[in-house]
Every structure is written in structure tokens, then in C-alpha cells.
Ligand binder design. Structure first.
Ligand code: ZN
Length: 399
């Protein structure tokens, strides 16, 4: 076919069919039965591997990971998980860590090597670091712009009301290039739910940007905060541009309450991010999806002051979500895969996502028979293509 720059041959799609995929100008321009297309300028043989859209890393912290730096042992909290205490440990650790540019590059390359081609990273913006971290990560984003698309959330790690100057800094951060405004445990951290949300939604409304709030609160406080966020989202017409990360409180509700609040979340068009954390309750993925809630995923912390785990592999994250959710059937395993691909793309508002004519030619070739097998086996041999160009193979990014 005329106009095809690269033809990706013998690609197995999620439905089991074997296809040739034509790419031009970084987009998919044709999907035909294997062997049916000719006349392409160049060819790449996918050799029957499973071809899936590039993974979406929906929640990460590019500024605070130690990945690629020296090993910094984890310090436990004195008396159970405490956000204030962890934030204080993080400040101590950042003071002795390698330069942020180096750490952020290593973490990005880890993610790309594993097949993530879109990302949302939170970056600390508050009275403690001002805009310095954001300025650094903005430079790194520019450096990698042909390899991975990155959205940045201005994240008030030290609270908004408790960290002087933060409301103004969040606003300036958006002016500087951050894409969304963040928040942190409005009630338990700042101890002023409405005061905190007034600032977050105020900046979002003024700047016309989306919101992604960290919410670690358990129990009824967590659930109540979710309801308040949903009410404000509806009032401002922000459906589809709002996310709550973690929302642990949804994980310790009885099923009827979870369904009731799930219906509200779906109506408000609020996406819920989970990383299926090891020792916490976490949102009931299947129940929420059944209520129409868009549940997406991210690695969150990778070898940082919060925990030593994390490998930047969103396929592995799908496995963890499925494992912790008790997903066994092919339908359930495919749902776990959807969480790290299409659902995350929806949460991030990505244009041109998926294996379809007209979509961006961002895809990953995996050594798996089909999606359910990929989720349980997490095969590591992968070839990663951004805009039709090979950007990673054999576990390493290619420049
Ligand atoms: Zn986070």
C-alpha cells in the first residue's frame, strides 16, 4: 500500500488474529490480514508475538525515587503508617541522594524498557522545595519527548495549608508547565478538608486543568473525602478530568456501601488509581468497574522513602492487581490488563491510544499467546515502539 513507511508484519492482536500493521507519520494507517499488504518502504517482523498498546504508567514520582542511586535502607514508622513521618524521612533521604536529573533519567529508562510510553508523574511543589523539582523534571520531560509522553502533577507533598506559600506555588507550577494540580489527604494532613479542596479546585478552575489527589485516609474519613471530591467535580463540570490516587478508604467499606459510593464516583467521572499496595486495603477493582468507575494504575513509588519495591513494569502491576483482587478467569485477567492500558489512557485523557487505524503507533511486542497469559506470566522479552520507532528491547532503552 502506498504511503506506508513501516509495515509491522505477523503481529498477533488481542483477538488472536494475525495482522500486518502499516505505520506512517507515527500513526497506524492500516491493519490487514498478515500477508495482504505490500509496497511498504520498510518492514519489521513481529514474528507472531502479541502486539499490545504501550503501557500507561498512571502514577509515579520522578523526583523522589532512588532507582539507579545507592541503596538507601527503608526506615519504618514508629507506630504504623504515618504520612507525616514518611514525608520527614523523604526530606532526610533527598538530602543525600544523587542529583535528581540522574535519578529521574534512570527511572524513566526503566519504565520505557518495560513498555510504558505514556506517564503521569507527580512532582513535589510546596513550601519546602518551591518550584525547583518541577523545573528539573520539566527539563527531563523535554529530553525524552520523542520517547515517552509525560504529564506532570504539581503535588503538595507537605500539605497546602501547612506549607506556607503552597497555594501560590501550585498556581505558578501550572504556568510553568505542570499539567494538573495535586493534593494530599485534605482532612488528615492539612486537617481542613474544605480549605485544602478550595485551593486545589480553585487552581484547577482558574487554569482549566485536571486534578489528581493523593488520598491515603482509611475508613469513613477516606470515603467521606471521596464523596466531597465527587460533589465538587460535578459542581465544576470537571467530569473526566479528575482522579483520586490510592483511595484506600474504598477498600474497607462493606459491599453495599462500596457500590453506593462507586455509583457516585462513576457519575462524577472521577478515575481511581491503585497500585495494589502490599499491606494496605485498596479499592475493590471489580466492584468499582461493575459500577462504571474508571480504575487505572501506576507504580507509585519505586525504591524511595515510602517503600523499597517497584520495577517500573506495568504488566507486572497488572499481575499484582489481578493477584490481590483474586482475578482468575480470562475475563478478569483481561480486566487487570485493561487497568494498565485503556483505562489508564482514559484517566489521562490520552488521544489516539490503542491498536487501531488512526491511533498512535505506540506498541509493545510480547512473548505471550494472549492477554490473560501475558498478565500471569509477565514475559520479559519485549520490543517497544514509539511512533513506529524501536525505543527499547532486551530490557534496555535505545536512544
Ligand atoms: Zn504517589
Amino acid at each position: 500500500m502506498a504511503g506506508i513507511e513501516t509495515l509491522f508484519t505477523n503481529a498477533k492482536l488481542a483477538d488472536g488474529s494475525l495482522k500486518d500493521i502499516g505505520v506512517a507519520g507515527g500513526r497506524i494507517v492500516s491493519i490487514e490480514a498478515a500477508g495482504a499488504t505490500s509496497g511498504a518502504a520498510g518492514q519489521v517482523d513481529i514474528a507472531g508475538a502479541l502486539l499490545v498498546p504501550g503501557f500507561v504508567e498512571g502514577h509515579i514520582h520522578l523526583d523522589t525515587s532512588f532507582y539507579g542511586d545507592k541503596w538507601i535502607p527503608h526506615k519504618p514508622c514508629a507506630n504504623g503508617f504515618d504520612v507525616h513521618e514518611r514525608v520527614a524521612f523523604q526530606a532526610e533521604n533527598m538530602a543525600i541522594a544523587a542529583p535528581m536529573e540522574e535519578r529521574a533519567r534512570k527511572q524513566l529508562e526503566l519504565c520505557v524498557a518495560n513498555g510504558s510510553l505514556q506517564m503521569r508523574s507527580h512532582v513535589t511543589v510546596d513550601g519546602s522545595v518551591g518550584l525547583r523539582s518541577l523545573e528539573t523534571i520539566l527539563k527531563i520531560r523535554e529530553e525524552y519527548r520523542d520517547i515517552i509522553d509525560i504529564q506532570l502533577v504539581a503535588f503538595p507533598q507537605n500539605g497546602i495549608l501547612k506549607s506556607p506559600g503552597t497555594p501560590e506555588l501550585l498556581d505558578e507550577a501550572i504556568g510553568l508547565g505542570a499539567d494538573l494540580v495535586g493534593g494530599l489527604d485534605p482532612a488528615s494532613f492539612d486537617r481542613d478538608l474544605n480549605g485544602h479542596l478550595d485551593v486545589v479546585f480553585g487552581v484547577a478552575e482558574k487554569r482549566g486543568v485536571g486534578v489528581d489527589i493523593h488520598l491515603h485516609d482509611f475508613g469513613s474519613l477516606g470515603a467521606f473525602t471521596v464523596e466531597e471530591i465527587c460533589a465538587r467535580t460535578l459542581a465544576l463540570g470537571m467530569q473526566g478530568r479528575m482522579a483520586i490516587s490510592h483511595a484506600y478508604g474504598l477498600g474497607d467499606l462493606d459491599a453495599d456501601s462500596a457500590r453506593r459510593i462507586g455509583a457516585k464516583i462513576a457519575t462524577a467521572g472521577v478515575s481511581i488509581m491503585t497500585n495494589a499496595p502490599g499491606d494496605h486495603v485498596f479499592p475493590p477493582v471489580a466492584l468499582l468497574r461493575a459500577e462504571g468507575v474508571n480504575v487505572f494504575a501506576g507504580s507509585d513509588n519505586i525504591r524511595d522513602s515510602w517503600w523499597p519495591y517497584g520495577d517500573g513494569d506495568m504488566l507486572g502491576r497488572a499481575m499484582m492487581i489481578g493477584y490481590r483482587s483474586g482475578f482468575y478467569t480470562d475475563e478478569e485477567l483481561s480486566a487487570a490488563f485493561d487497568v494498565v492500558t485503556a483505562a489508564s489512557a482514559k484517566a489521562l485523557g490520552l488521544e489516539g491510544y490503542g491498536i487501531a487505524v488512526g491511533a498512535k503507533a505506540d506498541f509493545v511486542a510480547l512473548a505471550a499467546e494472549h492477554v490473560p497469559e501475558a498478565v500471569v506470566a509477565v514475559p520479559k522479552p519485549r520490543r517497544v515502539f514509539k511512533a513506529g520507532r524501536l525505543v527499547a528491547e532486551n530490557g534496555a532503552m535505545i536512544r
